[in-house]
Design a protein around this ligand. Structure first.
Ligand SMILES: Cc1cc2nc3c(=O)[nH]c(=O)nc-3n(C[C@H](O)[C@H](O)[C@H](O)COP(=O)(O)O)c2cc1C
Ligand code: SF4
Length: 506
């Protein structure tokens, strides 16, 4: 007999296994888990991969995909009689317009070449390199001992690569400092921020580095259980991950790795929403504090890291924290930058943290056309004009200009792109992905999108007259980062591209 909490944790898995939310499936899952049917309806309907039965093609309508013609593609597929669902970012922006077939397998339409940084053994993550399956860094970490490992992580200056850039060693120390001895390590592989697809490449090319980093973290904080929460649309990546876990199992004993699939909700990338989802509930962010390091998964101390953060750890142990730190320019370490939009070779490029836009785009084959704007770190970072092309793309410098590095999903827009239409794509994303829990975000995301629709339709600036007030309410009154930054695309575009918001009424 499963523990009550474990029963609850099975709800989403069972619903998916049965083929999604239907009356019969909800009844069966309720029977099996003891969770009331009403609760299962509410939970299941939250997730786009299981909220309706039936096979369909999924086409991403995020910014890079919009620029690459997703709307035309959708029209074409529908005219061929295909059932199509518009979805938020599929983390395939380099292959825009990103499309999944009915079995969640990727269909590639784009003709452009995609790229990663060429093999170079001196790069901490070295995506193109031969995978190292020795787990030598894991062995070395155990020989060094907990304090020495922590010291190297601190010396490395490793900042979390999931978006916030929070120093990793603080989180590790916080988990170690808890009284409770049942502890968990969770890997956030739910990548879904428009413009971002770096974790995908790690999962495909260097899953062992990530697993080894997680194992080192688990051993250091005293946990025997790692949960990897990977987005359910990552069909190829899930395969690669499962193979790597099988290969790693004997080497990281007694640590065990559990794979949990996401079910199609962007908000589950937020750490506490992810934990709710792992526990079989709707992915609604929790109020913090308490932080996951104190009360996380199953209310136990939990160390959560992004895929890329974990992937940095083995090289820190092997070559030392100072070596890793020196790989950066303005901040510590190398960084996986995702580049898409109007560049010649979209892809994932590992460069010193703090390179500027021109250097990054150079790695991505150069600009396509005349660049006009860029979004440096996903939808949450807004838009910047080319006058910022020399700004170091790091956590501090971008925050100082009111933007953010976030998940380093950079999208370049050339002078053929209509700025209000680009903003509209981002606002639709936030409105669709808001979990609806708090009013400023739930109402604000919809209100801003409607205001912008009106402006685009009528070209009257009066349509946007309340946008500043609404943005303030959202920033101040939202529980999680989604609501706090959802107005950023509109605010930044109005600030830096006023000519795109001219009143054409007269
Ligand atoms: C709306 C929202 C979405 C997020 N999505 C992701 C995500 O897809 N992947 C990720 O690693 N972190 C994401 N984060 C950040 C996580 O909450 C968390 O900070 C991160 O996983 C911690 O790992 P790190 O310390 O290695 O960065 C998101 C945060 C917010 C507010
Ligand atoms: S800010 Fe938005 S996404 Fe975050 S908890 Fe509130 S309603 Fe949900």
């Amino acid at each position: 007999m499963l523990k009550p909490s474990a029963d609850r944790e099975q709800v989403l898995h069972l619903l998916e296994h049965l083929g999604g939310v239907t009356e019969e499936n909800v009844r069966q899952v309720s029977e099996q888990t003891g969770v009331p049917q009403a609760d299962i309806w509410g939970t299941g309907l939250f997730y786009t991969l299981i909220n309706k039965p039936g096979r369909r093609i999924r086409v991403c309508d995020g910014l890079s995909c919009q620029m690459a013609g997703c709307h035309e593609l959708i029209n074409q597929l529908e005219s061929e009689g295909k059932r199509v669902e518009r979805v938020s970012c599929l983390a395939q922006c380099d292959r825009a317009p990103a499309t999944l077939d009915e079995d969640l397998e990727l269909i590639t339409y784009q003709g452009k070449p995609t790229g990663v940084t060429p093999d170079d053994a001196d790069l901490p993550m070295n995506l193109a390199g031969e995978p190292d399956k020795s787990y030598a860094a894991f062995v070395k970490a155990q020989q060094m001992g907990v304090d020495a490992v922590l010291q190297q992580i601190e010396l490395a200056g490793l900042q979390g690569r999931g978006g916030a850039g929070f120093p990793a060693h603080f989180k590790w120390s916080s988990v170690i400092g808890q009284q409770e001895t049942e502890r968990y390590v969770v890997c956030n592989a739910d990548e879904g921020e428009p413009g971002t697809f770096k974790d995908r490449e790690i999962l495909l090319r260097q899953p062992h580095k990530m697993i080894e980093g997680l194992a080192i973290a688990a051993w250091t904080v005293g946990s025997n259980d790692i949960y990897i929460y990977i987005r359910g649309e990552f069909t190829n990546e899930i395969r690669a991950l499962r193979t790597a876990i099988e290969e790693a199992a004997a080497k990281i004993k007694p640590i065990q790795i559990h794979v949990a699939l996401g079910h199609g909700a962007y908000i589950c990338g937020e750490e506490t929403a992810l934990i709710e989802s792992l526990e079989g509930k709707r992915g609604m962010p929790r109020l913090k504090p308490p932080y996951p390091t104190e009360k996380g998964f199953r209310n136990k101390p939990t160390l959560m890291h992004n895929v890329e953060t974990a992937c940095c750890v083995p090289s820190i142990i092997e070559r030392g924290g100072t070596w890793f730190k020196d790989q950066g320019r303005t901040e510590a370490g190398s960084k996986l930058y995702c580049v898409s939009g109007n560049v010649n070779q979209p892809g994932v490029y590992e460069l010193p943290l703090g390179v500027n836009l021109d250097e990054l785009v150079d790695a991505a084959g150069g600009y396509e056309g005349t660049p006009k704007a860029f979004s440096p770190g996903g939808a949450s970072s807004g838009f910047l004009p080319m006058s910022f092309r020399e700004l170091p793309l790091d956590y501090k410098n971008l925050a100082e200009v009111g933007s953010m590095l976030g998940s380093s999903g950079l999208v370049v827009l050339n002078d053929t792109v209509d700025i209000p239409a680009a903003v509209q794509s981002q606002l639709i994303f936030f409105e669709r992905e808001s979990c609806g829990q708090c009013a400023p975000c739930r109402i604000g995301t919809r209100y801003l999108r409607r205001q912008l629709d009106d402006f685009i339709g009528e070209k009257q600036l009066v349509a946007l007259r309340h946008s500043d007030d609404v943005a303030w309410e959202m920033e101040e009154g939202s529980i999680c980062g989604l609501g706090m930054v959802a107005a950023k695309p509109l605010e930044s575009a109005m600030e830096y591209f006023p000519e795109a918001f001219e009143d054409k009424a007269n």
